[in-house]
Design a protein around this ligand. Structure first.
Ligand code: FES
Length: 186
């Protein structure tokens, strides 16, 4: 298995209002770019399109079956995009469930596409990492922000909702590595 993904696909992305959370997810480099562009209508109208994509809802797990500290892999929004679902045991940004501690993230490093997986999750610190290529590590309680390493961007976060016992994916906050726009749904 290669540790680097390199592909380019067109796709559909929908936009929503820029929020503080979006700024956190964009990361320092992207915020700097926005600052250079200036707060023009065009710049702000285009910026959210880079970070929020909506897809068909998909059940990715059951609340009753999810154990704290154990990551479960799932594909979304297409079969070739891998993510982890995890109950952190502490409240997290974007977390769902009674304790707001259930989150999901894409597992491809936004730096240069290093592949991480459920085994890369460290429950003791609620982080994903280190990435096998340049050791970036991401805080899953803070929208996947970089804790250390070369990455300047956060991990794409899968947007979740709870419907009864179902954990449902509804979209993605962030841009998948290797894509100029997030892919169309399956
Ligand atoms: S590819 Fe992950 S830190 Fe460089």
């Amino acid at each position: 298995m290669t540790n680097v993904l390199s592909h380019e696909k067109g796709g559909h992305a929908t936009s929503s209002c820029m929020s503080r959370r979006n700024f956190l997810i964009l990361g320092g480099a992207s915020v700097t770019v926005l600052g250079l562009l200036g707060a023009t209508g065009t710049a702000l109208a285009n910026a959210p399109e880079l970070v929020m994509s909506s897809y068909a809802r998909k059940v990715v797990g059951k609340v009753s079956a999810l154990k704290a500290g154990e990551a479960v892999e799932f594909s979304y929004p297409t079969d070739d995009i891998q993510n982890i679902l995890v109950k952190l045991g502490e409240e997290a940004g974007g977390g769902v469930g009674e304790e707001r501690d259930i989150v999901a993230f894409n597992t491809v490093c936004p730096h240069m596409g290093g592949i991480m997986d459920a085994g890369t999750f460290k429950a003791s610190h609620s982080v994903l990492g280190p990435c096998p290529l340049h050791l970036s590590t991401f805080d899953l309680t803070k929208h996947g922000m970089v804790v250390s390493g070369h990455s300047t961007e956060s991990l794409p976060q899968i947007v979740l909702a709870i419907e009864g016992d179902d954990i449902v994916a509804t979209g993605v906050m962030g841009l998948f590595y290797g894509y100029s726009r997030n892919p169309s749904g399956a």
